[in-house]
Design a protein around this ligand. Structure first.
Ligand code: SF4
Length: 677
């Protein structure tokens, strides 16, 4: 009997970064079991580093297989080293995307990590099972390492050279992998602390240069049968009905793009009716066939966000990164449809990318905001992921990409007396975008991100009515905030400082810095090491909620000054009071007594009626009817949410709220508004 410990390990010292059930190791396990049989192999699955560390000592597995993502590869190394120390004969197998593609780099990677015996690259199910079969029949490890193994790489024990096994063909009929859900392998995670993850298709027809999946090898898309997906989803929903607010993750690269997805979507819609789950999704929707994706969103009660990502709108950049965006007309149409359904329209941008300039970046933002009408742009700093063409020597040199290193947000911990940190390489300047321009873009991104949240949807309505461009409004706010003259400016300055401070010249300098106990404590307390846009957006929301509403109203009045009438000014003042009474999230989240009390408010305009009528309502000034409201919190619902987010994300309040804001509606925290007369 071969004992195998498979882990997809997560740091949790700074809050749980990933709440998803470890589906990848579930697939590896279910396929290996189907090939070897449970009489010959016993497999245990882990996500908690503490548990696998203990089991390696007590259970003594023959093989330890760990996933390698950018957020856990150092943790996996630490556990491999521990396994080798406990039993030098253990076979350590790594797999996952955090691995180079260039063979010289693969060799250097493995030579630096002697604790890894085999690296199973690309899809792991077949290669891992083939390796286990050989170990089971008694092949010696040093012989296996010295001869090419399909889909795996190793270092030759004698020569120290890379031994490269040819890649296996892509797995097209994915039903060959038995379901880890239906075989009960994932049952241990149905406790409300994890979100189920499914994969309906693997691969991507696109070739984006910054993405690991963009490699041509992943081009053909393998699929699980629709029936298999339906069976899995029913099994999952039956167990998740107790946790209606826990999301479903669909880890496809382009969910909703294919005809078959619609049938899967319809099935999920039925489960929503029958089991009251899922009510929120973590999903990357497709980059084509938007009509179908929008139909699916409707089937899923518009709880699946449709994000039409652009990454850049600079044609030269798009050419370099081999990305194709929808045409402007198509994009406009998609966006209009998203908004018609009352959903927030978002897009993502990566900065700095090759050939992007400060001007081209802002021009692109102006275009998506003013012409397309997108509500929210989510900016990301360019990560140089192993194996991508953006990380290649050629790209780095050609586009003079200057890179730095930073801790992956909250990805650290202390195990076996050793501090462990996950570090990422990011690009912070290029031939066309100097570092200072990058900082400017980052600054704008925070302001844009904050004022584009649903918290300010009422402001967006005013902008529309008064004919003020949303992009100009945010740009104006940004200039005010960075001038240092607003109540939000201190937090903004601190954000810019931390954006600079988090960057170091090497991985080692990050590790050396945080190994110092004083600095490590700052990570544990959350003072350092978080995703800065999330951290500071949450900070603004929790600490400057009312001042930010006031600033937004003052800015609108100033910008619309020439055209605004006395009545419109009065109606805005009423709306500001309504917004403060209903959306003081700082008080709802931080003041226990506030959620228990109600507040009556008399306003000269029926702001509530205007707001409820939605984007196509008559102007606010036409609602000039004195109205009395009562504002109150749904205390029971709030308590339920607080418990669920604590289960999912751990005890750090700022982190919980920051994560929640990326997956759920902020509306849950607004006070209810009852019209009294
Ligand atoms: S579409 Fe998405 S998954 Fe596909 S290559 Fe581009 S970024 Fe990667």
């Amino acid at each position: 009997m071969i004992k195998i410990a498979l882990g997809d390990l997560r740091h949790s010292t700074g809050g749980k970064h990933s709440v998803f059930m470890p589906l990848g190791i579930g697939f590896i396990a279910s396929y290996a079991l189907s090939q070897l049989g449970s009489k010959n192999v016993e497999i245990r699955l882990y996500d908690d580093p503490g548990v696998i560390i203990k089991d390696i000592k007590s259970w003594k597995p023959t093989i330890v297989g760990l996933s390698n993502y950018c957020w856990n590869s150092e943790l996996s190394r630490l556990v491999f080293r521990h396994a080798k120390k406990v039993n030098p004969g253990v076979v350590c197998v790594a797999g996952g995307p955090d691995f180079p593609t260039d063979h010289a780099e693969c060799e250097a990677y493995l030579l630096k990590r002697p604790e890894i015996d085999f690296y199973v690259y690309f899809e792991g199910e077949f290669s891992f099972a083939a390796l286990v079969k050989k170990i089971h029949r008694g092949d010696k490890i040093h012989q296996l390492k010295g001869a090419p193994q399909d889909g795996a790489m190793s270092i030759h024990p004698e020569t120290g050279n890379l031994v490269f096994g040819e890649p296996l063909p892509r797995l097209m009929n994915m039903d060959e992998i038995p379901s880890p859900y239906l075989t009960g392998l994932m049952d241990q995670w149905f406790n409300g602390c994890y979100a189920p993850m499914i994969e309906t298709a693997r691969g991507c027809p696109f070739t984006c240069g910054y993405c690991f999946i963009g490699q041509s090898w992943f081009c053909p898309v393998g699929t699980f049968s629709v029936q298999r997906m339906k069976d899995e989803l029913t099994y999952i929903a039956q167990r998740m009905r107790k946790y209606p607010d826990v999301l479903l993750s669909i880890c496809d690269s382009n969910f909703g793009m294919y005809e078959r997805d619609e049938e899967i979507g319809k099935h999920i819609g039925k489960l929503q009716d029958e089991f009251g789950w899922p009510n929120s999704f973590d999903v990357t929707t497709g980059k084509a066939n938007y009509d179908r994706i929008l139909r699916m969103a409707a089937i899923l009660k518009n709880k699946m966000y449709v994000i039409c990502s652009v990454q850049s709108l600079n044609p030269k950049t798009l050419e370099v990164i081999k990305r194709r965006n929808p045409s402007m007309d198509e994009y406009q149409r998609i966006n209009a449809e998203i908004k018609k359904r009352g959903m927030v329209s978002s897009t993502e941008a990566i900065v700095p990318l090759p050939e992007e300039t400060r001007e081209s970046f802002f021009k692109g933002l102006r275009m998506v905001s003013n012409i397309i009408g997108v509500d929210r742009v989510i900016p990301y700093t360019t990560m140089l992921l192993r194996g991508t063409c953006l990380a290649s020597k050629e790209y780095r040199e050609k586009y003079q990409m200057q890179t730095k290193y930073r801790l992956l947000p909250r990805q650290f911990g202390e195990y076996l007396g050793e501090k462990c940190f996950e570090v990422e390489e990011v690009c912070v300047a290029t031939k066309t975008m100097p570092f200072n321009d990058y900082l400017e873009v980052r600054g704008f991104s925070l302001v844009s991100n904050f004022f584009s949240t649903e918290q300010f949807d009422i402001i967006h309505r005013h902008l529309k009515e008064l004919g003020v461009s949303k992009y100009d409004f945010i740009y104006h706010l940004w200039e005010l905030i960075k001038s240092g003259k607003t109540p939000l400016s201190d937090i903004y300055s601190r954000y810019i400082e931390e954006t600079k401070e988090e960057l170091r010249d090497s991985e080692e300098s990050i590790r050396d810095y945080f190994k110092e106990q004083e600095n490590y404590n700052k990570l544990v307390s959350g003072e350092m090491g978080d995703n800065l846009i999330r951290k500071y957006t949450t900070k603004l929301l929790l600490e400057k909620c009312v001042p930010s509403i006031d600033l937004a109203y003052a800015t609108i009045e100033r910008m619309a000054n020439k055209t605004i009438t006395k009545d419109a000014r009065e109606s805005l003042a009423a709306a500001r009071r309504w917004a403060v009474a209903s959306r003081n999230i700082s008080a709802v989240l931080r003041d226990d007594s506030y959620i228990k009390i109600s507040e009556n408010l008399k306003l000269p305009y029926d702001v509530n009626a205007w707001y409820r009528e939605g984007y196509n309502s008559n102007p606010l000034i036409t609602h000039n009817k004195p109205t009395v409201y009562r504002f109150y919190c749904d205390v029971e619902n709030l308590k339920k949410i607080f418990i669920e987010i604590k289960n999912l994300y751990g005890g750090d309040f700022y982190f919980q709220i920051g994560k929640l804001l990326t997956t759920s509606s902020i509306e849950e925290f607004w006070r209810q508004c009852e019209v009294l007369k």
